[in-house]
Design a protein around this ligand. Structure first.
Ligand code: ADP
Ligand code: MG
Length: 244
């Protein structure tokens, strides 16, 4: 069963059309990347999946469950969607320990104290930071903070992980390391992931498939090999060509 279906998604802000019939299907367990230059509509697409933006047309379903369908006036809130999300800025709560940061989404879901502890340990283990649970965010490096943000997104076992340029605030060396552990984590968990980046190397290294976006539209969807070896349009070739 296809896990994430985005069908004919439209979004306008005022009179500006930002998404123009975006269409793709992500398979269960796939690492799927939206790649394109700044302003092409990647974050808007991701935010529509998360429920943080309301599309003006089209539909989105996950695992057969309809999250939004404009024509049928269906709209699930972000809380009802149970998706894990990590943004470019890590947005950890500075006055809370790492463990308390991870406990927050579990408290909201009314999960008991013992179960909270078990899940927090488990999630921090997954990103290799269980030993830092009692520290505060400012006592961690940027790379570690981003791993905590990822652990916090995983702690309530989301069905899909949405990652919006999660590595772009890291310097080049940290980014390289982060890419390696993200790849390992993906291989371990096999969780369906929608990844947003403007970085072609990152997309190539991490993705099962890539959707190349331009001005609110999908230019091509394919494996990294297909995209780089057989760009479907001059615009794709021009964009991916820049990293060679
Ligand atoms: P990307 O993530 O690919 O850089 P975005 O999805 O953030 O692109 O933005 C796509 C376009 O939509 C941009 O031109 C941006 O200025 C515009 N946009 C995004 N959010 C809003 C908003 N809340 N109001 C008006 N315009 C917006
Ligand atoms: Mg963006």
């Amino acid at each position: 069963m296809p896990e994430v279906r985005v069908h004919q998604l439209d979004k306008t802000f005022g009179t500006t059309s930002v998404l123009k019939g975006v269409d793709f299907t992500i398979r269960d367990g796939e690492f799927f990347t939206l790649l394109g230059p700044s302003g092409c509509g990647k974050s808007t697409t991701l935010n529509c999946i998360a429920g943080l933006e309301k599309p003006t047309g089209g539909s989105i379903s996950v695992g057969g469950e309809v999250f939004v369908d404009v024509a049928r006036k269906v709209f699930r809130t972000p809380e009802e969607r149970n998706l894990g999300m990590v943004f470019q800025s890590y947005a950890l709560w500075p006055h809370m320990t790492i463990a308390a940061n991870l406990a927050m989404p579990l408290k909201i879901r009314k999960i008991g104290k013992d179960e909270q502890d078990r899940r927090i340990t488990d999630a921090l283990d997954k990103v290799g930071l269980a030993h830092l649970r009692d520290r505060y965010p400012h006592q961690l490096s940027g790379g570690q903070q981003q791993r905590v943000a990822l652990a916090r997104a995983l702690v309530y076992s989301p069905s899909v992980l949405l990652l919006d340029e999660p590595l772009s605030n890291l310097d080049a060396k940290l980014r390289e390391q982060a890419r390696a552990w993200l790849k390992r984590l993906q291989e371990d968990l096999g969780i369906t992931t929608v990844y947003v980046t403007h970085d072609q190397d990152e997309a190539l290294a991490l993705s099962d498939r890539i959707a190349v976006m331009s001005e609110g539209d999908m230019l091509q969807i394919g494996t990294p090999h297909e995209i780089y070896e057989q760009p479907a349009a001059a615009a794709v070739a021009a964009f991916v060509g820049r990293c060679n």
